[in-house]
Write a protein that binds this ligand. Structure first.
Ligand SMILES: C[S@@+](CC[C@H](N)C(=O)[O-])C[C@H]1O[C@@H](n2cnc3c(N)ncnc32)[C@H](O)[C@@H]1O
Length: 222
């Protein structure tokens, strides 16, 4: 089985491993941390009540559920069917479907805002990430905003990976192994994407967020 399919199947298992929506997406933090995360995302996306919002890699929909009251409609896509089932359970009136981030089944200019949080480090390559970003740009209206959250900065790759116990890693799923995470050369990513958008910004996460030292949020203005 390819690494891509292995990760997809592990997310499928992770979604079914617990009834706790936080555990399903691998972020078992306090309710307070989740509220802070939702607030940070809401502000960075500049969400307003009339917005249609798409979440790519929505997982069990917990983050989206905390944003749903701030906009008109929310929709989600994830490549693990079990995640989609959980998200649909949490937000029964919203539209969800199982699919890959490179191929979104929506028309051009379908959404005002797009969120994709904590999924880019599971991608197979930087080229794949750029393909995903192009697809995101296609489905967001001119004047819209895309927020790609939790992008791992390659400047910290050696430090993070050398701190990992490789023997222990053999016992845990691929998706939780630091050695398997993709870090991004943020300068290269910016050079590839900024010609496609009106404005490209690299934003910091609040310093009290776990792991914020090496995770950045990328905001694209269309
Ligand atoms: C860490 S979870 C994050 C879930 C949610 N965005 C959040 O922040 O709570 C990562 C999610 O990305 C999904 N995912 C990873 N790679 C994907 C891809 N290439 N296409 C679609 N979904 C993907 C996984 O199935 C998983 O649900």
């Amino acid at each position: 089985m390819s690494e891509f399919l292995k990760k997809q199947s592990e997310w499928q298992q992770q979604a079914s491993s617990s009834d706790d929506f936080k555990v399903q997406v691998g972020r078992p933090q306090s309710d307070e941390s989740w509220q802070q995360l939702a607030l940070d995302v809401k502000q960075k996306l500049n969400l307003v009540q009339s917005d249609s919002l798409l979440d790519v890699g929505c997982g069990s929909g917990l983050l989206l559920s905390k944003l749903a009251a701030q906009c008109a409609t929310v929709s989600g896509v994830d490549y693990a069917q079990a995640m989609i089932d959980k998200a649909q359970q949490l937000l029964p009136h919203s539209e969800f479907y199982c699919g890959e981030a490179t191929s979104l089944k929506f028309d051009k200019n379908a959404f005002d805002k797009l969120l994709s949080y904590s999924i880019f480090h599971y991608f197979p390559s930087q080229e794949y990430a750029i393909e995903v970003i192009k697809e995101m740009i296609r489905v967001v209206k001119p004047g819209g905003v895309i927020l790609i959250g939790d992008v791992l900065d390659a400047e910290f790759e050696v430090v993070i990976k050398s701190g990992s116990n490789l023997e222990y890693e053999q016992k845990i799923p691929y998706i939780h192994r630091y050695s398997q995470w993709r870090f991004y050369d943020l300068t290269q990513l910016q050079a590839a994407v900024s010609p496609l958008v009106k404005k490209y910004e690299v934003l910091s996460q609040p310093s009290d967020f776990a792991l914020s030292a090496y995770r950045k949020d990328i905001r694209l203005w269309l």
